[in-house]
Every structure is written in structure tokens, then in C-alpha cells.
Design a protein around this ligand. Structure first.
Ligand SMILES: Cc1cc2nc3c(=O)[nH]c(=O)nc-3n(C[C@H](O)[C@H](O)[C@H](O)COP(=O)(O)OP(=O)(O)OC[C@H]3O[C@@H](n4cnc5c(N)ncnc54)[C@H](O)[C@@H]3O)c2cc1C
Length: 517
């Protein structure tokens, strides 16, 4: 079997993976960073619109800590919150501003960064670049990454599974060693060749899981691969049931697209198909009620009216003003045939952010030796049961940096690479209709039974459906010639089942986990 070896292997070229790579690269070690997508522009990072937490002019780490802990509904890990509040602003300055040269919007003096406040922030501390912050950060980060000589960037390669002593060593006594990861089994999407990438340290930075739900703001690669790989390898995962839903994503056959809360902040009305506003019958604050309240209200109205979507109407505002204030949203909708200056935008709530994930410590270490997890795929404990807006990009920077630093240290028996079993692959060709059907089942089950409004009955039904489905999909995977689609389906089914397991155990209705009754 053809094997490749690297000192540090990073799976994912979102912000977390890149920050880890550029930090670790300073050591001179060989770094390999892979993505399953053809393009380096991938993952949730380039889609972020709002901004990233920095520091307000009257701000303090204590004030930020209070806001994060409040949003997390008593479930945050205080040490993780302290870690971010203490180090976050300095790392944004050092890495994003001074090293990568990200262009954040500035005041008229052309020096002071513009800052805004967002829902549940007690200070204006979020910096941004128009309504395309994620893509500006990602572009600068990719440009810098590509200048580093000891970093090999590999596109169009899908991580299949983590390599562990207990699963892959032919040395039978290796199962008595402390569980450890020594790299990743990878599929070259173009040649269909499967080979092990051996690494002293492996860092998972595979992003979100939104695609396991019918409606999501996440791109199609967000299939929860990291969680599924970690789960199969026996790494601890927790808080998976805390998935934040965004109230308004564009409802269009081409897919969903985030319609920022700022529209409601600027007076957009939430209406049903007859043009009637409904939010005041759910909350005194109407359309400006908290995110989860608005999401559930839209969901209930859709069920009540048997409707596919509700509508967000800003057309009472002047066209020029809309065009200047929301250029990205205006142009995106116009491209889809919706002129938001003249008509209401069809919207649905959508799965947006995973607060849980692979359990990690302050430097991103998981419960498996030699394995780190960072960014959205990880559960650092920062977000608890709900995320404070614009803290996720900052979490990528902070945990990316500390994992990058820690991974360069030669510890944890990182030079042991056991002899391996030969890779066996199925020969069946994959029936695309079957793949489509299995995805539809996962997405509908998760949306209807484990989405915005859960109950023990619904979760048990979901568990029943997904247990059978996951077992069928696993069998399909074992028998098939591998391609990226069957790998994504296998991971989606596994992650969905893991989320349901987490939700059925969590009896308390809290944060993003809303249990009816
Ligand atoms: C629409 C939208 C708006 C948002 N707005 C904001 C905001 O304003 N502020 C904020 O702080 N946060 C925001 N977020 C959240 C934030 O963007 C994400 O949490 C963050 O970017 C995640 O970064 P990451 O590096 O962890 O992963 P990602 O950026 O998702 O990158 C994941 C990478 O892993 C790769 N990958 C996945 N599986 C595999 C595999 N099996 N093999 C190989 N490669 C793989 C992907 O191709 C990709 O390169 C938003 C998210 C969305 C979707």
C-alpha cells in the first residue's frame, strides 16, 4: 500500500485549520493540510457575513465573559471562556490583522476599526468587512498559507477514517496501548485511490454538520465528517444536541442562503403568505425576539398553514438604501430572481451552528493521544448550550493557534507507526438514487423529529429510524467502490445518530435544545 508521511496532518482548510497550519509551520516541521473539495474556498468560513469578536472601546475580558456565559445558559466551561476572553483580541491583532493583513472596515480616520454590537453583546466589539467578513478573512488566510514552503496543500482528497492502534494495527498487543491516532485514511477523489496519510499529530478541522438537516445555512461539504470519524475511533464527543438554528434563510430551489438578522433590525416584517405579521402573537418584541423564539414561531406558522416558508418583507424601504445597506443579500437574491426592493423574501429557519462536537481541552487535544480537534467540529465548552454571535470565528483563531503550538512538541510517543492491515474495498457501483433517498430520510428525520422542537417521543422515533438507516448505510459503504458521496452519506448518518443519542440523554430543555411540554 502506498503510504505518505507528514509531521502534522490537518484535515480542513477553514479558518481553524489554516490558523493551526500557519502557527505550526513556524517550527519548520512538515505540515500537510487537506480538503475534500476541489476548491480551497470551502467550508463555513467564507460564508460568514456578520463579523468576529475583537474588543470594544469600553470593553473588558470580564464583560465579554459575562455575555458568553449568559448566552450559553449556564453550560459553558468557564476555563474555556476565560481562555478566549484573555487571548482572543491579541490573537486577532497578531494573526488576522498584522500577519494576514485582513481588511476590516475602518472609521473615517482610516485607522480605528469600525465596531458593531450584535444580539446579546453588551458592547460594540464585533469587527467586520461589509457583509462578507468570512470571505475576506478566508481569502487573506489562503493567500498567506500558499506562501509557506513547508506546508503542502492537498485539494480533492477526502478523509475517510482516523488511523488508530486498536482499529488498524496488525500488532495484536497494540490494543493495550493508550488509544492514539497516527494519521488518516484518505481517498483521492480523482483517481479513487485509497491510501494512509501517516502523521505524528493529526488535527481535525472539518467544520459543521448543518447538512444533516433539511434546511441549513451551511454549504454542502458540512456533513459532520469529523464527528463521525471521531465517534467511530472512540474519541469523546459531547453537547451534540446543541445546534443553533437561524430564523431566516432564503427558501429557494437552489439551496438556502443566510438572510442576516440585521434586516429585521432595520425594520423588515415577518409575514405569512397572506401578508399578515405574526410575531407579536409569540413575543412582545415581535420580529426582534430572540433567535430561537423567532425560529420556532416561523416553524409553527409553517406547520399551521401547511406552508413551505414564511416571508421577510423590507420592500417598504427605499431601493437605494436597501442596495447600499445589504449589497450581498440584494445581489444574491436578485440572481435568484427575487428583487428584495419590490417583493418579500421567502424564508425558513435553518440549522446554522453546532455548539457541540469532539471534546477538547484548552489546546484542542481530544481524548485520543496525538489527535486534536479545532473550530466548529470541536466542543471546547466555550458555547455551552448556545453560542454568542460572532464568537465562532474567534474560537477558530484561538484554538487553531494553541493546537498549532502544542502539536509541534515531540511528545505522546508520536514516532510510533504500527504495521497496518491491508485496505479492503467493496466492488459494487453506487446507485445514485439510493444515495439521494438515504439523504432525504436523514434530513427529514432530523428536521421533523430532532429539529427546532423536540420531545422524547419524537427523539425515540428518530433513533429508531436512524439506527436502521445507519446500519444499512454502513453495509452499503462496506460493499461499494468508494467515492466522496458514499463517504459523506456514511458520515452524515453516523453524525445524525450521534446527535440523537446525545439529545435523548439530555432531558433538560435548555439553550438551543428545546423540548416541548
Ligand atoms: C452562513 C453563515 C454565516 C456565519 N456568520 C458568522 C459570523 O458572522 N461570525 C462568526 O463568528 N461565525 C459565523 N458563522 C460560523 C463560522 O463561519 C464557522 O463556525 C467557522 O467558519 C468554522 O470554521 P472551521 O475552520 O471550523 O470549518 P470550515 O470553515 O467549515 O472548514 C471545514 C473544512 O473541512 C473540510 N472537510 C470537511 N470534511 C472533510 C473530509 N472528510 N476530508 C477532507 N476535508 C474535509 C472542508 O472542505 C473545509 O475545507 C457563520 C456560518 C455560516 C454558515
Amino acid at each position: 500500500m502506498n503510504k505518505k508521511h507528514t509531521d502534522i496532518l490537518i484535515v480542513g482548510v477553514g479558518l481553524a485549520g489554516i490558523v493551526a497550519a500557519i502557527t505550526a509551520a513556524k517550527s519548520g516541521k512538515n505540515i500537510t493540510i487537506i480538503t475534500k473539495t476541489k476548491s480551497l474556498v470551502s467550508g463555513n468560513t467564507p460564508w460568514a457575513q456578520g463579523g468576529i469578536v475583537f474588543k470594544g472601546l469600553q470593553d473588558s475580558p470580564e464583560k465579554l465573559k459575562k455575555d458568553i456565559m449568559h448566552a450559553g445558559a449556564g453550560h459553558c466551561w468557564e476555563e474555556a471562556v476565560n481562555h478566549l476572553c484573555k487571548n482572543g483580541a491579541q490573537l486577532v491583532q497578531d494573526i488576522l490583522i498584522d500577519t494576514l493583513g485582513v481588511k476590516f472596515d475602518k472609521e473615517k480616520d482610516d485607522v480605528t476599526l469600525k465596531r458593531v454590537s450584535e444580539g446579546a453583546h453588551s458592547d460594540a466589539r464585533v469587527i467586520y468587512n461589509q457583509d462578507k467578513t468570512g470571505s475576506s478573512i478566508h481569502e487573506a488566510a489562503l493567500n498567506y498559507l500558499q506562501t509557506l514552503e513547508n506546508v503542502t496543500i492537498v485539494t480533492n482528497h477526502t478523509a475517510i477514517d482516523l488511523l488508530t492502534f486498536s482499529h488498524h494495527s496488525t500488532e495484536s498487543t497494540d490494543i493495550y496501548k493508550k488509544p492514539a491516532c497516527f494519521g488518516v485514511m484518505v481517498l483521492n477523489n480523482q483517481t479513487n485511490q485509497v491510501f494512509p496519510m501517516l502523521a505524528s499529530k493529526t488535527i481535525l478541522a472539518t467544520g459543521g454538520l448543518g447538512q444533516i438537516f433539511l434546511h441549513t445555512t451551511n454549504p454542502k461539504e458540512a456533513t459532520g465528517d469529523g464527528i463521525a470519524m471521531a465517534w467511530r475511533a472512540g474519541a469523546r464527543c459531547f453537547n451534540l444536541h446543541y445546534v443553533q438554528f437561524h430564523p431566516t434563510a432564503l427558501y429557494h430551489p437552489s439551496g438556502r442562503f443566510l438572510i442576516s438578522e440585521a434586516l429585521r433590525g432595520e425594520g423588515a416584517k415577518l409575514v405569512n403568505a397572506s401578508g399578515n405579521e405574526f410575531m407579536h402573537s409569540y413575543h412582545d418584541m415581535g420580529a426582534l425576539a430572540p433567535r430561537d423564539v423567532v425560529s420556532r414561531a416561523i416553524h409553527m406558522e409553517m406547520i399551521k398553514d401547511d406552508a413551505d416558508c414564511m416571508f421577510l418583507d423590507l420592500s417598504h424601504k427605499a431601493s437605494d438604501w436597501i442596495n447600499n445597506r445589504f449589497p450581498t443579500i440584494y445581489n444574491y437574491c436578485l440572481n435568484k430572481g427575487i428583487d428584495i426592493t419590490k417583493e418579500a423574501i421567502p424564508v425558513v429557519p435553518a440549522a446554522h451552528y453546532s455548539c457541540g462536537g469532539i471534546g477538547v481541552n484548552l489546546v484542542g487535544k481530544t481524548s485520543l493521544k496525538r489527535l486534536y480537534a479545532i473550530g466548529e467540529i470541536a466542543c471546547s465548552g466555550l458555547h455551552g448550550a448556545n453560542r454568542l454571535a460572532s464568537t465562532s470565528l474567534l474560537e477558530c483563531v484561538v484554538w487553531g493557534y494553541f493546537a498549532g503550538q502544542d502539536s509541534i512538541e515531540d511528545k505522546d510517543d508520536a514516532d510510533y507507526f504500527p504495521p497496518m492491515h491491508n485496505w479492503k474495498q467493496g466492488t459494487d457501483t453506487i446507485d445514485k438514487a439510493r444515495l439521494a433517498q438515504e439523504w432525504l430520510s436523514i434530513k427529514n428525520t432530523m428536521w421533523n423529529l430532532a429539529g427546532l422542537m423536540r420531545s422524547q417521543d419524537k427523539l425515540h422515533s428518530a433513533m429508531h429510524i436512524l439506527r436502521n438507516l445507519q446500519s444499512d448505510v454502513e453495509q452499503l459503504y462496506q460493499k461499494s467502490q468508494l467515492d466522496p458521496n458514499i463517504i459523506a452519506l456514511r458520515n452524515g448518518a453516523q453524525t445524525a445518530l450521534a446527535l440523537i443519542a446525545s439529545a435523548t440523554e439530555a432531558r433538560e430543555s435548555c439553550g438551543t435544545h428545546y423540548v416541548e411540554g
